[in-house]
Design a protein around this ligand. Structure first.
Ligand code: ADP
Ligand SMILES: N[C@@H](CCOP(=O)(O)O)C(=O)O
Length: 330
């Protein structure tokens, strides 16, 4: 469930007078998603109906960073990436306020996200990710990754100090401490951007953030973890999110398809290939940590469905063993 803030009909109709997108015909809250309140809007202008997404920013989004996120989405959408285009009001501003929350309207994207990922999804997904990275090279503003390697130790400490962590997940924080040490010692130095290129990354391109239509990626959404970081780290996050099957087995056919799709647009450097095992382990650790923290800190009765940290702990174990014996690269 992700409608934290309710919006009334009249309030919304009056809000829409600040835009040039016609009058409100219908709107409803969208149950999916966890971070923000999302609504599907239908408007009509000159007899033509159009759909939009209205987002009210909640929880973890820092309002000061919204111009960066909306600017990135606008940049990507106007540089060939199928992502939501923020719609500006009559005054030229896309970032506005509604029901006491920062709010924005974006274009609606067609397609559905894959509930059961198949190898056929992985090639197009890899290709779309590479196109996003290419398009991002001309977006100059930067945003540090707030959930990158320097954030992992404090996040682990906070999770370990939270009530219920040890009882619910005995021995897990000790295991994660060892994993963190290994990953940080193998983490590639980012001092030479030519070897390990940096740029704008999505950083959360999970299956529920990629829409497909007719076998192609028709939309990429949810840019609110996007940041400026190693491009290959984004690939590693996708290898985590797309390439394990339902039994927890790392599917090398999906990996090969994803990397081939990516490299059909942007070949990885050999340093990036070499770094992938550590980057994959880091990606698994990052999602294990946020899920663990959220698991023990989400109040009972909260509207959000918690995600199981153990799914990512298991992936982490796979990638840690890869770091020793069998690099991920093809
Ligand atoms: N631009 C869009 N076009 C179509 N549907 C969208 C769009 N943006 C969001 N949605 C719908 O809203 C849901 C939640 O969006 P998401 O950005 O993942 O929310 P959250 O930021 O709360 O995690 C998506 O699963 C999708 O159904
Ligand atoms: N993809 C993350 C959670 C972030 O949620 P989203 O709905 O904003 O994509 C995870 O699976 O842990």
């Amino acid at each position: 469930m992700a409608v934290y803030t309710e919006v009334g009909d009249e309030e919304l109709s009056s809000f829409l007078t600040d835009y040039d997108i016609g009058h409100l015909v219908a709107f409803r809250g969208i149950a999916e998603g966890v971070e923000n309140s999302n609504f599907l809007l239908r408007t009509e202008k000159d007899g033509v109906a159009r759909d939009f997404i209205l987002t009210l920013y909640e929880r973890r989004v820092n309002p000061a960073e919204l111009p960066w996120f909306l600017g990135l989405m606008e940049h990507l959408a106007t540089h060939g990436v199928s992502c939501p285009l923020p719609v500006a009001g009559r005054d030229g501003n896309a970032l506005r306020e509604l029901a006491g929350r920062p709010a924005a309207i974006t274009t609606f994207l067609p397609g559905v996200w894959p509930r059961h990922v198949q190898v056929e999804h992985c090639g197009p997904l890899g290709e779309a990710l590479a196109r996003l990275h290419e398009a991002g090279t001309t977006y100059a503003p930067t945003r540090a990754n707030g959930l990158g390697p320097t954030a992992w130790q404090p996040l682990l400490d906070k999770a370990a100090a939270s009530q219920g962590t040890e009882e619910t997940f005995p021995g897990l924080t000790a295991e994660l401490r060892l994993a963190l040490k290994r990953i940080l010692s193998a983490w590639p130095p980012s001092s030479d951007p030519a070897v390990l290129p940096r740029g704008q990354i999505h950083a959360d391109l999970f299956p529920d953030n990629a829409f497909f239509l007719d076998g192609r990626v028709s939309g990429i959404i949810d840019f609110y973890f996007a940041c400026t970081d190693l491009l290959a780290y984004d690939v590693a996050i996708c290898l985590n999110a797309w390439c394990f099957d339902e039994t927890g087995h790392f599917d090398t056919a999906r990996r090969d398809a994803l990397l081939a799709g990516y490299e059909s647009v942007r070949p990885l450097t050999s340093a990036e290939h070499d770094a992938l095992p550590a980057l994959c382990a880091g990606g698994a650790l990052r999602f294990a940590l946020t899920r663990l923290y959220d698991w023990v800190n989400t109040p009972a009765g909260a509207l959000v469905t918690r995600k199981d940290p153990m799914d990512y702990v298991k992936k982490l174990r796979v990638f840690l063993s890869d770091m020793s014996v069998n690099p991920v690269h093809v």
